[in-house]
Design a protein around this ligand. Sequence first.
Ligand code: SF4
Ligand code: SF4
Length: 213
Amino acid sequence: MNDNNKIITDFFNSISVTEIGFAKVDNELPYAISIVIPLSKYVLSKVDTMPTFEYFHHYRTVNAFIDNALLRCAFEIEKRGYNYLCVGASQSTSEYKGYFSHKQAARLAGLGYIGKSALFISEKYGPAIRLGTILTDMPFEVGSPIDKDCGECTICRDLCPAMAIRGVNYKEGMERSEIFDAAACSNHMKKAYQHIGRGSVCGICISKCPKFR
Ligand code: SF4
Ligand code: SF4
Protein backbone atom coordinates (compact mmCIF):
# COMPACT_ATOMS: atom_id res chain seq x y z
CA MET A 1 0.00 0.00 0.00
CA ASN A 2 1.50 3.37 -0.92
CA ASP A 3 0.93 6.66 0.93
CA ASN A 4 -2.06 7.62 -1.21
CA ASN A 5 -3.74 4.26 -0.67
CA LYS A 6 -3.22 4.74 3.06
CA ILE A 7 -4.60 8.30 3.09
CA ILE A 8 -7.80 7.21 1.36
CA THR A 9 -8.17 3.97 3.31
CA ASP A 10 -7.68 5.76 6.64
CA PHE A 11 -10.17 8.44 5.68
CA PHE A 12 -12.86 5.94 4.70
CA ASN A 13 -12.21 3.86 7.81
CA SER A 14 -12.78 6.99 9.90
CA ILE A 15 -16.32 7.26 8.52
CA SER A 16 -17.15 3.55 8.93
CA VAL A 17 -16.35 2.45 5.36
CA THR A 18 -14.13 -0.62 5.61
CA GLU A 19 -14.18 -2.26 2.16
CA ILE A 20 -12.11 -0.13 -0.22
CA GLY A 21 -10.31 -0.97 -3.46
CA PHE A 22 -8.24 0.77 -6.11
CA ALA A 23 -8.22 0.16 -9.86
CA LYS A 24 -6.75 1.56 -13.06
CA VAL A 25 -9.52 2.39 -15.52
CA ASP A 26 -9.91 3.64 -19.08
CA ASN A 27 -10.87 7.22 -18.26
CA GLU A 28 -9.44 10.75 -18.42
CA LEU A 29 -9.17 10.38 -14.63
CA PRO A 30 -7.39 7.03 -14.73
CA TYR A 31 -7.76 5.74 -11.17
CA ALA A 32 -10.92 4.49 -9.53
CA ILE A 33 -11.50 4.26 -5.80
CA SER A 34 -14.22 1.75 -5.14
CA ILE A 35 -16.16 1.34 -1.89
CA VAL A 36 -18.51 -1.48 -0.91
CA ILE A 37 -21.25 -0.76 1.63
CA PRO A 38 -23.16 -3.74 3.07
CA LEU A 39 -26.95 -3.62 3.17
CA SER A 40 -28.81 -4.72 6.29
CA LYS A 41 -29.03 -8.51 6.46
CA TYR A 42 -32.16 -8.16 8.55
CA VAL A 43 -33.92 -5.90 6.05
CA LEU A 44 -32.98 -8.12 3.08
CA SER A 45 -33.98 -11.27 4.93
CA LYS A 46 -37.59 -10.01 4.86
CA VAL A 47 -37.59 -9.87 1.05
CA ASP A 48 -39.24 -13.11 -0.02
CA THR A 49 -41.41 -12.88 -3.12
CA MET A 50 -41.61 -9.08 -3.44
CA PRO A 51 -39.85 -5.94 -2.21
CA THR A 52 -40.71 -4.28 1.09
CA PHE A 53 -41.16 -0.64 2.11
CA GLU A 54 -38.30 -1.13 4.55
CA TYR A 55 -35.93 -2.34 1.84
CA PHE A 56 -36.91 0.53 -0.45
CA HIS A 57 -36.18 3.06 2.30
CA HIS A 58 -32.92 1.33 3.27
CA TYR A 59 -31.73 1.23 -0.36
CA ARG A 60 -32.22 4.97 -0.74
CA THR A 61 -30.66 5.75 2.63
CA VAL A 62 -27.52 3.75 1.82
CA ASN A 63 -27.27 5.50 -1.56
CA ALA A 64 -27.39 8.85 0.22
CA PHE A 65 -24.67 7.70 2.64
CA ILE A 66 -22.47 6.62 -0.27
CA ASP A 67 -22.85 9.93 -2.10
CA ASN A 68 -21.98 11.79 1.07
CA ALA A 69 -18.98 9.54 1.88
CA LEU A 70 -17.57 9.88 -1.65
CA LEU A 71 -17.83 13.64 -1.60
CA ARG A 72 -16.14 13.91 1.77
CA CYS A 73 -13.29 11.74 0.52
CA ALA A 74 -13.11 13.80 -2.67
CA PHE A 75 -12.47 16.93 -0.61
CA GLU A 76 -9.39 15.17 0.82
CA ILE A 77 -8.26 14.37 -2.73
CA GLU A 78 -8.68 17.92 -4.01
CA LYS A 79 -6.95 19.34 -0.93
CA ARG A 80 -3.87 17.40 -2.05
CA GLY A 81 -3.95 18.91 -5.56
CA TYR A 82 -5.70 16.17 -7.52
CA ASN A 83 -8.91 16.12 -9.56
CA TYR A 84 -11.92 13.99 -8.77
CA LEU A 85 -15.28 12.94 -10.10
CA CYS A 86 -17.69 11.23 -7.74
CA VAL A 87 -19.89 8.74 -9.57
CA GLY A 88 -23.43 8.88 -8.20
CA ALA A 89 -24.48 5.85 -6.16
CA SER A 90 -27.57 5.28 -8.26
CA GLN A 91 -26.83 7.10 -11.50
CA SER A 92 -28.73 6.34 -14.67
CA THR A 93 -28.39 8.12 -17.99
CA SER A 94 -30.02 6.06 -20.73
CA GLU A 95 -30.66 2.40 -21.49
CA TYR A 96 -30.68 1.71 -17.73
CA LYS A 97 -26.94 2.41 -17.62
CA GLY A 98 -24.92 4.87 -15.60
CA TYR A 99 -22.12 7.03 -16.98
CA PHE A 100 -19.54 4.85 -15.26
CA SER A 101 -19.88 1.26 -14.07
CA HIS A 102 -19.32 0.88 -10.32
CA LYS A 103 -19.27 -2.87 -10.82
CA GLN A 104 -16.42 -2.75 -13.31
CA ALA A 105 -14.34 -0.54 -11.01
CA ALA A 106 -14.97 -2.85 -8.04
CA ARG A 107 -14.24 -5.92 -10.17
CA LEU A 108 -10.95 -4.48 -11.45
CA ALA A 109 -10.01 -3.57 -7.88
CA GLY A 110 -10.43 -7.24 -6.89
CA LEU A 111 -13.28 -6.67 -4.42
CA GLY A 112 -15.49 -9.37 -5.93
CA TYR A 113 -17.03 -10.54 -9.19
CA ILE A 114 -20.14 -10.09 -11.33
CA GLY A 115 -22.81 -12.75 -10.84
CA LYS A 116 -25.32 -14.20 -13.29
CA SER A 117 -27.81 -11.74 -11.82
CA ALA A 118 -25.51 -8.91 -13.02
CA LEU A 119 -25.17 -7.98 -9.36
CA PHE A 120 -21.73 -7.43 -7.94
CA ILE A 121 -20.88 -10.26 -5.54
CA SER A 122 -18.58 -8.85 -2.91
CA GLU A 123 -15.95 -11.21 -1.54
CA LYS A 124 -16.68 -9.91 1.93
CA TYR A 125 -20.44 -9.30 1.88
CA GLY A 126 -21.94 -11.24 -1.05
CA PRO A 127 -24.63 -9.57 -3.21
CA ALA A 128 -26.30 -7.49 -0.45
CA ILE A 129 -24.26 -4.37 -1.04
CA ARG A 130 -24.23 -0.98 -2.73
CA LEU A 131 -21.16 0.41 -4.50
CA GLY A 132 -19.59 3.83 -4.83
CA THR A 133 -16.78 5.10 -7.05
CA ILE A 134 -14.51 8.11 -7.23
CA LEU A 135 -12.53 8.70 -10.42
CA THR A 136 -9.32 10.66 -9.90
CA ASP A 137 -5.81 11.39 -11.14
CA MET A 138 -4.40 10.72 -7.67
CA PRO A 139 -2.15 7.69 -8.29
CA PHE A 140 -2.56 4.44 -6.34
CA GLU A 141 -1.27 0.92 -6.14
CA VAL A 142 -4.09 -1.02 -7.75
CA GLY A 143 -5.68 -4.43 -7.20
CA SER A 144 -6.40 -7.11 -9.77
CA PRO A 145 -9.60 -8.99 -10.68
CA ILE A 146 -10.37 -12.28 -8.94
CA ASP A 147 -11.13 -15.34 -11.04
CA LYS A 148 -14.59 -16.45 -9.82
CA ASP A 149 -18.09 -16.93 -11.20
CA CYS A 150 -21.44 -18.48 -10.21
CA GLY A 151 -20.61 -21.93 -11.51
CA GLU A 152 -23.72 -24.06 -12.11
CA CYS A 153 -26.07 -22.09 -9.82
CA THR A 154 -29.23 -20.71 -11.49
CA ILE A 155 -31.31 -19.78 -8.45
CA CYS A 156 -31.70 -16.10 -9.34
CA ARG A 157 -32.59 -16.92 -12.94
CA ASP A 158 -35.23 -19.40 -11.79
CA LEU A 159 -36.79 -17.06 -9.21
CA CYS A 160 -36.67 -13.72 -11.03
CA PRO A 161 -40.32 -12.67 -11.55
CA ALA A 162 -39.36 -10.61 -14.61
CA MET A 163 -37.35 -13.39 -16.29
CA ALA A 164 -34.62 -10.78 -16.63
CA ILE A 165 -31.67 -13.04 -15.79
CA ARG A 166 -30.36 -15.16 -18.65
CA GLY A 167 -28.38 -17.60 -16.48
CA VAL A 168 -25.01 -16.96 -18.11
CA ASN A 169 -21.72 -16.57 -16.26
CA TYR A 170 -20.13 -13.16 -16.79
CA LYS A 171 -16.83 -13.14 -18.65
CA GLU A 172 -14.49 -10.16 -18.95
CA GLY A 173 -15.52 -7.90 -21.83
CA MET A 174 -19.15 -9.04 -21.97
CA GLU A 175 -21.91 -6.46 -22.27
CA ARG A 176 -24.35 -6.51 -19.37
CA SER A 177 -27.17 -7.16 -21.86
CA GLU A 178 -25.61 -10.56 -22.60
CA ILE A 179 -26.41 -11.74 -19.09
CA PHE A 180 -29.25 -9.52 -17.92
CA ASP A 181 -32.27 -7.73 -19.40
CA ALA A 182 -32.31 -4.44 -17.46
CA ALA A 183 -35.47 -3.24 -19.20
CA ALA A 184 -37.40 -6.36 -18.18
CA CYS A 185 -36.33 -5.93 -14.54
CA SER A 186 -37.15 -2.21 -14.49
CA ASN A 187 -40.48 -2.54 -16.28
CA HIS A 188 -41.59 -5.35 -14.02
CA MET A 189 -40.74 -3.34 -10.93
CA LYS A 190 -42.54 -0.25 -12.23
CA LYS A 191 -45.62 -2.27 -13.10
CA ALA A 192 -45.80 -4.43 -10.00
CA TYR A 193 -44.25 -2.38 -7.21
CA GLN A 194 -44.77 1.31 -8.01
CA HIS A 195 -46.92 1.55 -4.87
CA ILE A 196 -43.87 0.69 -2.74
CA GLY A 197 -41.84 3.57 -4.11
CA ARG A 198 -40.65 5.29 -7.25
CA GLY A 199 -37.88 3.25 -8.84
CA SER A 200 -38.44 0.53 -6.29
CA VAL A 201 -36.06 -2.43 -6.37
CA CYS A 202 -37.26 -6.01 -5.99
CA GLY A 203 -34.34 -7.62 -4.17
CA ILE A 204 -35.26 -11.28 -4.72
CA CYS A 205 -32.04 -11.88 -6.67
CA ILE A 206 -30.16 -10.67 -3.58
CA SER A 207 -32.08 -12.32 -0.78
CA LYS A 208 -32.25 -15.75 -2.47
CA CYS A 209 -28.62 -15.87 -3.63
CA PRO A 210 -26.59 -18.48 -1.71
CA LYS A 211 -23.85 -15.86 -1.35
CA PHE A 212 -26.23 -13.73 0.76
CA ARG A 213 -24.98 -14.13 4.30
S1 SF4 B 1 -34.52 -7.15 -8.90
FE1 SF4 B 1 -36.20 -8.68 -9.04
S2 SF4 B 1 -37.01 -8.41 -11.13
FE2 SF4 B 1 -34.99 -7.45 -11.10
S3 SF4 B 1 -33.52 -9.04 -11.74
FE3 SF4 B 1 -33.62 -9.14 -9.49
S4 SF4 B 1 -35.19 -10.72 -9.07
FE4 SF4 B 1 -35.46 -10.06 -11.21
S1 SF4 C 1 -28.24 -16.86 -7.14
FE1 SF4 C 1 -26.64 -18.24 -7.90
S2 SF4 C 1 -26.42 -17.69 -10.09
FE2 SF4 C 1 -27.51 -16.01 -9.10
S3 SF4 C 1 -25.90 -14.55 -8.54
FE3 SF4 C 1 -26.25 -15.86 -6.74
S4 SF4 C 1 -24.71 -17.51 -6.96
FE4 SF4 C 1 -24.90 -16.49 -8.95
